[in-house]
Design a protein around this ligand. Structure first.
Ligand code: NAD
Ligand code: IPM
Ligand code: MN
Length: 357
């Protein structure tokens, strides 16, 4: 049937607050675009550890596999930081990404005009920003062989390893090149090829794949330089394609350009169900107080409509309403400045709904 079903995974910390707000926006946007969806709520992360003793129950994986899309808040928190590594709350998100084959994480970084003065960087520097970070999400050091700390010859040591195969690099670079078409057509592949073997393979394969895209201009940049260029000349970037770990770090850095990490959405895509989540975590420091910015999650719901529910109209509706809410001066605590209207997580969601059209 044409009725779509999504899974909501609130997770931990602010996860419950931001997914509640985003779900209401999504339902209102669906209705206004003449459609609807059903949803079921499933547990993962610390919440699942507390209820089932494991971070990622089989039931949650199964529901996600069958669904048309998944909206996730965030997982993890200090309560679960001292459990066995295999049982950590964060294992839930790593497990879901693997189980669902979500090898591409799209993290768009835009600066809303109303917030250009919000970044610690000069408004004229951030105004030009429109970056898409394409982060490899199924490989690299996140999934390489690991050795927890143990004493070897009287010295405590631990080990993590990074592996990338040609097919893994090929598919992510291909996706980045396709994404660049219709944008500015520029892809910056970010690596550490002056040191790492995985990066040397990455760079070689990236160059080969880009050959198939005559309309795309590929360049290579070392990750340390990229970290600097992101705050020095962020307007120069179009699409950035990079490994799992580098993409994780660079996207939190890039979030500063937008004014707050609470604003940034993401889509994790593969061959099956897509998963949508803000790029930030469970923010234990502000959880349960209505302080969290829900806009990154609301914009993730817009990406869900676009990529998984084939409802571009609802996606655009949400994105325009978010822009309008900021133009109208509504601010959660993270982006608040004197003279603006301070609102809670819930109220921000309601103000977005009031502007859907
Ligand atoms: P974090 O992103 O949760 O928080 C970093 C800072 O940003 C904090 O000061 C927080 O208050 C602020 N912040 C984050 N989201 C916000 C929002 N929506 N509105 C306003 N402010 C916001 O990162 P952390 O503190 O390093 O990690 C906390 C926990 O979250 C850890 O357990 C970590 O592993 C987990 N985490 C989960 C995900 C995920 O589920 N995808 C992502 C990142 C971190
Ligand atoms: C993210 C998070 C996760 C990651 C953690 C929670 C495993 O930081 O989604 O950016 O590192 O991928
Ligand atoms: Mn991260």
């Amino acid at each position: 049937s044409s009725s779509k079903n999504i899974v909501i995974i609130p997770g931990d910390g602010i996860g419950t607050e931001i997914t509640a707000a985003a779900l209401q926006v999504a339902q209102a946007a669906a209705a206004q675009s003449g459609s609807s969806f059903t949803y079921e709520t499933k547990q993962a992360g610390g919440a699942a550890i507390d209820e089932y003793g494991i971070p990622l129950p089989a039931e949650t994986i199964e529901a996600c596999r069958k669904a048309d899309g998944v909206l996730l808040g965030a997982v993890g928190g200090p309560q679960w930081d001292h459990v066995a590594p295999e049982l950590r709350a964060e294992k839930a998100i790593l497990g879901l990404r693997k189980e669902l084959g979500l090898y591409a994480n799209l993290r768009p970084i835009k600066v809303f005009p109303a917030l250009a003065g919000q970044s610690p960087l000069k408004a004229e520097i951030v105004s030009a920003v429109n970056i898409l970070i394409v982060r490899e999400l199924n490989g690299g050091i996140y999934y390489g062989a690991r050795q927890e700390a143990s004493v070897v010859n009287g010295v405590e040591q631990a080990c993590d390893s990074e592996m990338y195969s040609r097919p893994e690099v090929e598919r992510i670079v291909r996706l980045a090149c396709r994404a660049a078409i219709g944008r500015k057509g520029r892809v910056t592949s970010v690596d550490k090829a002056n040191v790492l073997a995985t990066s040397r393979l990455w760079r070689k394969v990236a160059a080969e794949i880009a050959q198939d895209f005559s309309e795309v201009e590929l360049s290579h940049m070392y990750v340390d330089n990229c970290a600097m260029q992101l705050v020095l000349n962020p307007g120069n970037f179009d699409v950035i394609v990079t490994s799992n770990l580098f993409g994780d770090i660079l996207s939190d850095e890039a979030a500063v350009l937008s004014g707050s990490i609470g604003l940034l959405p993401s889509a994790s895509l593969g061959d099956g169900t897509g998963l949508y989540e803000p790029i930030h975590g469970s923010a234990p420091d502000i959880a349960g107080q209505g302080l969290a910015n829900p806009l990154g999650t609301i914009l993730s719901a817009a990406m869900l409509f676009r990529y998984s529910l084939s409802n571009t109209q609802a996606a655009i509706m949400i994105e325009q309403a978010v822009e309008q809410v900021l133009n109208d001066g509504y601010r959660t605590a993270d982006i608040f400045q004197p003279g603006f209207t301070k609102v809670s997580t819930e109220e921000m969601g309601r103000q977005v709904i009031a502007r859907l059209r």
